[in-house]
Design a protein. Structure first.
Lengths: 116, 111
């Protein structure tokens, strides 16, 4: 089975440019999460969706960040304009708590973003 | 103060050693508890859930102390392949699908 798929795996861009990160969750999973990981702050939840609807975006740093989930198999995280402090690894994860409600999350391989 | 606190380590131990990690959480409404493992430059993966009565999975034992709000992970007979960062994770009542991660404890097992 394919796991969570993210693209691109690496992105190097210049300050001020728009960056779009993409995620395909595991088929059948109805929760999708976007995280950011840095050495200083660890793994931070940015936003999560349930059945394509944003539930909690309180972790989104500022208006430069936006996320969409147009359908059950695709989500994007956009940064516009990008800044050097946005450099991090961005992970997408999906889960399907099911009847037991145990929220095991399956992570994608991440996108390593470097903003110069 | 972070909601989930862990000693960042690194813990350097020889093969075969027993090592224990602790994690404290500040929100008394925390409901579910987990340990995730993250290898260098890889994504986090679920290692095991943590149950109130304590639970074992092979060489790994997890325990929960709700009164003191801490969680522990014990690894017996360490292997080189256990070298990784171990992330303590909690969820809260009413937001069962939202995980809060600690910053992780790095373990390095050496020959």
């Amino acid at each position: 089975d394919a796991g969570v798929i993210q693209s691109p795996r690496h992105e190097v861009t210049e300050m001020g440019q728009e960056v779009t990160l993409r995620c395909k969750p595991i088929s059948g999973h109805d929760y999708l999460f976007w995280y950011r990981q840095t050495m200083m702050r660890g793994l931070e939840l940015l936003i999560y969706f349930n059945n394509n609807v944003p539930i909690d975006d309180s972790g989104m740093p500022e208006d430069r960040f936006s996320a969409k989930m147009p359908n059950a198999s695709f989500s994007t995280l956009k940064i516009q304009p990008s800044e050097p402090r946005d450099s991090a690894v961005y992970f997408c994860a999906s889960s399907n708590p099911g009847l037991a409600g145990v929220p095991t999350q399956y992570f994608g391989p991440g996108t390593r973003l470097l903003v110069l | 103060r972070k909601e989930v606190e862990q000693d960042p380590g690194p813990f350097n131990v020889p093969e075969g050693a027993t090592v224990a990690f602790n994690c404290t959480y500040s929100n008394s409404a925390s409901q579910s508890f987990f340990w995730y493992r993250q290898d260098c430059r890889k994504e986090p993966k679920l290692l095991m859930s943590v149950y109130s009565s304590g639970n074992e999975d092979g060489r790994f034992t997890a325990q929960l102390n709700r009164a003191s709000q801490y969680i522990s992970l014990l690894i017996r007979d360490s292997k080189l392949s256990d070298s990784a960062t171990y992330l303590c994770v909690v969820t809260h009542t009413g937001t069962a699908s939202k995980l809060t991660f600690g910053t992780g404890t790095r373990l390095q097992v050496t020959l």
